[in-house]
Write a protein that binds this ligand. Structure first.
Ligand code: KG4
Ligand code: ZN
Length: 343
């Protein structure tokens, strides 16, 4: 029997809903981004984000049901991001999911945002196990090992800033608009690797650290300005990106070999980075490992990925009741919602 999931994602500045069939087939997705609203503040303003979610959520639901021609009564499960994220933003999506669950009596599935990013890949082609997922977003930089569906073991993590956060901060120092990651990626294509920036935590661990290179860029820009030198923005972007991606790809490829996996899965907003996609694809080809990456629009936050993850959580018996609350900082690896729970 087919399982139709209504999925809801509001963890940051995207109000998104989707209908996903059997965890793999996208019926319809609506994503309403607030980027233009937050741009003028140079980053996401949490209070404005949650107010905008309130304004948009019923509009997005209406549009989804109209476009998909699906009656809400024909939905089987409701998947919702319960965390991590901005608490006020999460609560809007969660309240909407709980209300629909109460009215329709459909099962509520709590989905961790990182699980969602990983399962964005499942909408492209079925995940193959064992796999390593490289999760690179505005809030996370992690290497995750999975030997079956919905079983997550973290083998590496960032010790400070997430890589997307470092991209955004470097962009801000360079005077580029929010969100800076895509702009740094674009400018890096036309620059030269001429600056002296450090390789971030280039060691034998699987951990990452980006605050050092971020501070190095701050100092570099400051010193060049004091000396009255012109700042070559493209060259800083190229050098910064080369340093960061060299270490990320090196550690990822080492993990793939050590864990003898079949599939490398790239996930999170920074998975949209062209240089990262290309270099990992090439390295996977050379090592005969299957490479998965979401289409660009599903690298950043969306509900389609939540709908895919929710299906596999449901298969594992992970369900919630109306007591479900939003959590700003829940870890996927010891969360009660990555294991079977009783309600
Ligand atoms: O996954 P996401 O939408 O939000 C979080 O869950 O954090 O990721 C957003 C992050 C931002 O930091 C943004 O600058 C970064 O992904 N990003 C990129 C690119 N596109 C988005 N970073 C580098 N290169 C890109 N092309
Ligand atoms: Zn995200």
């Amino acid at each position: 029997m087919d399982t139709y999931c209504l999925a809801i994602e509001t963890s940051c500045d995207e109000t998104s809903m989707s209908i996903i069939k059997n965890g793999i087939e996208e019926i319809e997705t609506v994503v309403l981004t607030q980027i233009d609203i937050h741009k003028k503040f140079g980053g996401v303003v949490p209070e404005i984000a949650s107010r905008s979610h309130i304004e948009y959520i019923t509009i997005v639901l209406d549009e989804l049901l109209t476009k998909s021609k699906i009656n809400i009564e024909n939905i089987d499960i409701i998947g919702v991001t319960y965390g991590p994220g901005l608490i006020g933003s999460l609560l809007i999506g969660l309240q909407c999911a709980k209300t629909i669950s109460l009215i329709t009596k459909k099962t509520l599935i709590p989905v961790h945002h990182i699980a969602g990013h990983i399962y964005a890949n499942n909408l492209e082609k079925r995940l193959q196990f064992p796999l390593i997922a490289l999760v690179v977003s505005g809030g996370h930089t992690e290497l995750v090992y999975m030997d079956e569906d919905y079983s997550f073991k973290r083998i590496g993590n960032t010790l400070d800033d997430a890589v997307g956060e470092a991209y955004d901060k470097v962009a801000k120092i360079l005077g580029l608009e929010y969100p800076g990651g895509p702009k740094v990626d674009k400018l890096a294509k036309s620059g030269k690797d001429t600056y002296n920036l450090p390789y971030p935590l280039d060691d034998d661990s699987y951990n990452f650290s980006f605050s050092g290179i971020k501070s190095a860029v701050v100092n570099l820009v400051h010193n060049e300005k004091q000396r009255g030198n012109n700042i070559r923005v493209e060259d800083i972007c190229t050098t910064f990106q080369n340093r960061v991606l060299t270490v990320i790809t090196k550690k990822t490829m080492r993990a793939i070999k050590e864990y003898k996996v079949k599939n490398l899965v790239l996930a999170g907003g920074v998975a949209a980075n062209e240089a990262l996609r290309k270099s990992l694809e090439k390295l996977c080809q050379q090592n005969s490992i299957d490479f998965s990456v979401p289409r660009i629009k599903y690298c950043t936050d969306n509900a389609a990925m939540i709908g895919s993850a929710a299906y596999y959580a449901y298969k594992k018996g992970i369900i919630a009741d109306l007591e479900l609350n939003a959590v700003a900082t829940d870890s996927l690896y010891d969360s009660k919602f990555s294991k079977k729970i009783n309600t």
